[in-house]
Design a protein around this ligand. Structure first.
Ligand SMILES: [Zn+2]
Ligand SMILES: [Zn+2]
Length: 339
């Protein structure tokens, strides 16, 4: 019996009778992080990191949720379970399961580049590693975050000098705060869409420092927005909500902005390539760092990536999951070849 199995409800550990990020209701679920494709409603009992819990509660309401600190172990029927930083969004974890010396790690979503916001990614040694590969193609190569943030600040500064509002589309949990953490506050005021502000509030309450932001309400006038930066979820960008900003430049921050076709479909003025996932090199390095001989790949370019890993001598397999990848959701009808 393998330590983990792949079922139609999700990744399952039969020995501990527990699921990891299940997509159908189960009795006991381990949750890597609060994004909608990983933290779903309807489970009996949830276990997450203490740092991920506040946003999970914000999104799922009154659930039965227990928490552990990073690195703290729980043993269930002989299986030792612990959570380790995934570097994807604040509180996000890789989940390590160990039974009689055999170790499996479920990556959830992960990012190795530090973002000054999330707990830094830690490689975890294991025998089998279940890895997302959202950007598992050599064409994906990220610039350092400092470079991307400097580009974003320059775009905002140019707009501010011309009296325009800068509107940045960014996923409300994770990306929005990552952009906030890297902006130059001296350029102008920062406004947020309610979905972003709700998340900011929860994160601030748990001690995560973010720049001052003001929620967009019906009280403000277009003069208030001149020169400001507005951060809004992708869905708000094409909506009526935008009418209050008559003189605006729009942008979008996502790993998919590396692809011309996606950039065009988003119909924004600027695309900034900023992802909360690994690029090609980072994926390969992270996998090598685990020392695992068996790799399961999920969501993204699984066929190509599996074959590549096999050629490198790994026992590489594809697992079908219902994780969409938050970046994937942003890519409108799905990026080319994403499957
Ligand atoms: Zn995610
Ligand atoms: Zn995901």
């Amino acid at each position: 019996m393998d330590l983990l199995e792949f079922t139609d409800r999700g990744i399952y550990c039969p020995r501990a009778d527990i699921f990891i990020d299940p997509w159908k209701p189960v009795d006991r679920a381990l949750i890597t992080h609060g994004h909608a494709d990983h933290a779903r409603p309807g489970h009996g009992l949830y276990l997450s990191t203490a740092a991920a819990a506040p946003v999970i509660r914000l999104r799922l309401g009154d659930i039965s949720l227990e928490t552990v600190a990073f690195g703290e172990a729980r043993t269930i029927n002989g299986v030792r379970i612990s959570f380790h930083p995934a570097g994807h969004i604040p509180g996000s974890a890789q989940i390590r399961l160990e039974y009689r010396g055999e170790v499996w790690v479920v990556s959830g979503d992960y990012k190795v580049q530090p973002d000054n916001l999330s707990e830094a990614f830690e490689p975890v040694a294991c025998n089998a590693f279940i890895s997302e590969c959202t950007f598992g193609l050599p064409v994906f190569k990220w610039q350092p975050q400092s470079q991307v943030m400097s580009d974003i600040n320059n775009w905002w500064r140019d707009n501010a000098e011309a009296g325009r509002t800068s509107i940045m589309g960014a996923y409300s949990l994770g990306k929005a705060q990552r952009v906030l953490a890297g902006i130059d506050e001296s350029i102008g005021p920062v406004f947020t869409h309610g979905a972003v502000e709700n998340t900011n509030e929860v994160l601030r309450k748990q001690g995560i420092a973010l720049p001052q932001t003001q929620q967009v309400t019906d009280d403000q006038t277009k003069e208030d927005f001149a020169g400001s930066l507005v951060i809004a979820p992708p869905g708000a960008l094409g909506s009526n909500w935008m009418r209050r900003f008559p003189k605006a430049s729009t942008a979008f921050a996502s790993g998919w902005m590396a692809m011309r076709g996606v950039r065009r479909r988003r119909a924004v003025d600027r695309g900034f390539v900023l992802s909360d996932h690994c690029d090609w090199t980072e994926l390969n390095d992270a996998i090598a760092a685990t020392g695992a001989e068996r790799i399961y790949v999920t969501h993204g370019y699984t066929d190509i990536f599996r074959r590549w890993l096999e050629e490198r001598g790994y026992d590489a397999r594809i697992v079908e999951t219902e994780y969409r990848g938050d970046d994937l959701e942003e890519a409108s009808s799905g990026a080319e070849g994403s499957g």
